[in-house]
Design a protein around this ligand. Structure first.
Ligand SMILES: *Cc1c(COP(=O)(O)O)cnc(C)c1O
Length: 379
């Protein structure tokens, strides 16, 4: 089945009681049993809810996985993966990733005795030197947020397999339309469904997808025991979002390409970070593992001052100044003070995330209007 057909039909079947084509929002906390422990597979809504079941099936299908699990947020999905570990375990994580992931690792999990090594994974060979018998998890993200670096998932997966380490890939930026980490050897895919999967800036949710049944049982046990589950209304919204993911991603990618090329030619723009440029350092890997390049990008101005960046950030009219990404409407963001403020300045600068960097989430509006808006803001 081709990807568009799959996204529209994933997880959903006509409702058995009425034939409703959309899975209803099962707004219930419990289910009546015929006799003690005799039930229809649903006992209590923290453990199972039919709207969530449909979405979890959809999650599995869109990432070519066997299993999907839904969470109340992306960071709750991350938290669940981390609870597979024990004190003394070590994690190798990408040095350029979502600020909230870094915050959870450094401020929450370190204190429970987990050790982290932050590594530039642009070259997968950098990873091996940090592997030892305590290494239990490799955590990566590609393209990275916000510098659009590319990590070779298959190469990292080969290292993880060799040493029997779990590899989890945050696939939020690429989405399953552009990239499927499980097919490239990852053990777990993580998503902030808040972004492209939901796609309409109206829900907070996270997802995990996997193939291994033991891993699924462990993660489901944590989901049920720790309880970071999404409500049925939120599951319904993401189910609806997934139906148009392919169409939205096509437009995000088209607009992204037009805007990246336009910015690159703009006399007042400095460096543009977008993984679809042929001279991107890892373009070959991007081309190999992705089906397109999406609408996320960052750029600096020739006048590389923070004041000038802030002036541009405050001058757009269509691009809304906001955190988050992946919705139909375009957003502009200042990583240093917004999405990535939780990363210490030294760490940020070391990795190239300067105070004057501007990040765009290009939406699906008409590209000409978006270009006009950026032109008037940059001046
Ligand atoms: C937003 C985001 C997260 C966190 O997800 P929430 O849904 O906000 O909890 C994790 N990773 C990436 C790449 C993100 O953009």
């Amino acid at each position: 089945m081709k990807i568009g057909t799959k996204f529209i039909h994933a997880g959903v079947e006509p409702d058995p009681s009425t034939g409703a084509i959309m899975t209803p929002i099962y707004q219930t906390s419990t289910y009546v049993q015929e006799a003690p422990a005799q039930h229809k597979g649903y006992e209590y809504a923290r453990s199972q809810n039919p709207t969530r079941t449909a979405l979890e099936k959809a999650y599995a299908e869109i990432e070519n996985g066997k299993f999907g699990l839904a969470f109340s947020s992306g960071v709750a999905a991350t938290d669940t993966v981390m609870k597979l570990l024990q004190p003394g375990d070590e994690v190798i994580a990408a040095n350029d990733m979502y600020g909230g992931t870094y915050r959870q690792f450094s401020k929450i999990w370190e204190k429970f005795g987990i050790k982290f090594h932050y590594v530039n994974m642009g070259d997968a060979n950098n990873i091996s030197q940090y592997v030892n018998s305590n290494t239990k998890l490799i955590w990566t993200e590609t393209p990275t947020n916000p510098l659009m670096n590319i990590v070779d998932i298959a190469a990292v997966a080969a290292i993880a397999k060799k040493h029997n380490i779990i590899l989890c890939v945050d696939n939020t930026f690429a989405t399953p339309y552009l990239q499927n980490p499980l097919d490239l050897g990852a053990d777990i895919v993580m998503h902030s469904a808040t972004k492209y999967l939901g796609g309409h800036s109206d829900v907070i949710q996270g997802a995990l997808m996997m193939n291994d049944v033991d891993l699924r049982e462990k993660l489901y046990f944590i989901q049920k025991s720790c309880g970071a589950v999404p409500g049925p209304m939120d599951c319904f919204l993401v189910l609806r979002g997934i139906k148009t993911l392919h169409i939205r991603m096509q437009r995000h990618s088209e607009n992204g390409e037009k805007i990246a090329n336009h910015l690159r030619k703009h006399p007042k723009v400095g460096k543009v970070y977008w993984c679809g440029f042929e001279d991107h350092p890892n373009y070959d890997i991007a081309k190999k593992q992705m089906r397109g390049f999406g609408g996320m990008m960052s750029f600096t101005l020739k006048d590389d001052s923070v004041d000038e960046a802030k002036r541009v950030l405050s001058s757009t009219k269509l691009f809304a100044l906001a955190e988050s990404l992946g919705g139909v409407e375009s957003l502009i963001n200042h990583p240093a003070s917004m999405t990535h403020a939780s990363i210490p300045r030294e760490e940020r600068i070391k990795n190239g995330l300067t105070d004057s960097l501007i990040r765009l989430s290009v939406g699906i509006e008409d590209a000409d209007d978006l270009i006009e808006d950026l032109n008037q803001a940059i001046g």
